[in-house]
Design a protein around this ligand. Structure first.
Ligand SMILES: CC(C)=CCC/C(C)=C/CC/C(C)=C/CC/C(C)=C/COP(=O)(O)OP(=O)(O)O
Ligand SMILES: O=P(O)(O)OC[C@@H](O)CO
Ligand SMILES: [Mg+2]
Length: 230
């Protein structure tokens, strides 16, 4: 059986850059899954599926329609435990470490256990860190937490390291979907220097130039969503 985390970790160790395209089920038309997959970059290595708020069963429908059209790994990136579906390959088991809302630090995770305890989904413990991207984003609204300012580099690095020390397997620095500006190269470089687990960067990345900058600064995986929405 494939181990999706091992593949990500191997790629990071070998300097092979990864590109995940995020599908927000609320904005996705299953009938157009094939056309959607045509228009995303050919360099795409992973499909993420999730949203800050998603109608019941919509995630499952979305995943099923994608799975019939591609062999790319489909990884859940849930805003809420109700988005978990067996039909995906793996789950980013997020903990919002930038915030101090217990609901998103541990409560959602406890609520998900009934669904996960007999599941075959691969679980990837992920330190999710929200960083200011220049405008109020959905994660901020839904979680009721503040992002960390891009000026607070040391706090961001320490939060990422606290995640690694707690056993998280991935660090995900998030500037927010549709951010005005992405996570800075300085932050990416400093976090990458400090941690030894793969580093995922998302939010506000639209151009090839922004992608290149993030990879060069030390991102192992980039996540892009808004750019490929209709
Ligand atoms: C691990 C389990 C069971 C649940 C995770 C629950 C946690 C901790 C979530 C973190 C906080 C959160 C609300 C994350 C949402 C991540 C996400 C899918 C963002 C994308 O948001 P969009 O829905 O694209 O936002 P817009 O609607 O603004 O584009
Ligand atoms: O939609 P964009 O801005 O590409 O952000 C992607 C992802 O990191 C959002 O959670
Ligand atoms: Mg979005």
């Amino acid at each position: 059986m494939r181990n999706f985390y091992a593949e990500i970790s191997q790629a990071a160790a070998n300097g092979k850059k990864l590109l995940a395209i995020l599908i927000d089920p609320d904005k996705f038309n299953e009938a157009e899954a094939a056309a959607y997959l045509q228009k995303i970059p050919k360099e795409t290595t992973h499909i993420f599926v999730g949203g800050s708020t998603v109608a019941k069963l919509k995630t499952e429908k979305t995943v099923k329609s994608i799975k019939t059209e591609t062999d790319l790994p489909v990884i859940l990136f849930p805003g809420d435990y109700s988005q978990i579906t067996e039909t995906a390959d793996a789950l980013l088991f997020l903990s919002l470490l930038s915030g101090r809302n217990p609901e998103y630090l541990i409560e959602q995770q406890v609520k998900s256990v009934d669904k996960l305890k007999n599941s075959k989904l691969e679980i990837i413990p992920t330190a999710y860190i929200l960083i200011d991207g220049g405008k109020e984003c959905a994660v901020q609204r839904v979680s009721g937490t503040k992002p960390i300012s891009q000026c607070q580099v040391e706090t961001i690095v320490n939060t990422a390291l606290a995640g690694e020390f707690s056993g998280k397997k991935l660090i995900y620095l998030e500037a927010g979907s549709g951010a005005n500006f992405p996570v800075s190269e300085e932050i990416i470089t400093e976090v990458k220097k400090a941690v030894s687990i793969p580093l995922v960067i998302g939010g506000g990345i639209r151009s090839l130039e922004q992608q290149e900058k993030a990879y060069k600064a030390g991102a192992d995986m980039i996540v892009m969503g808004t750019q490929f929405e209709n």
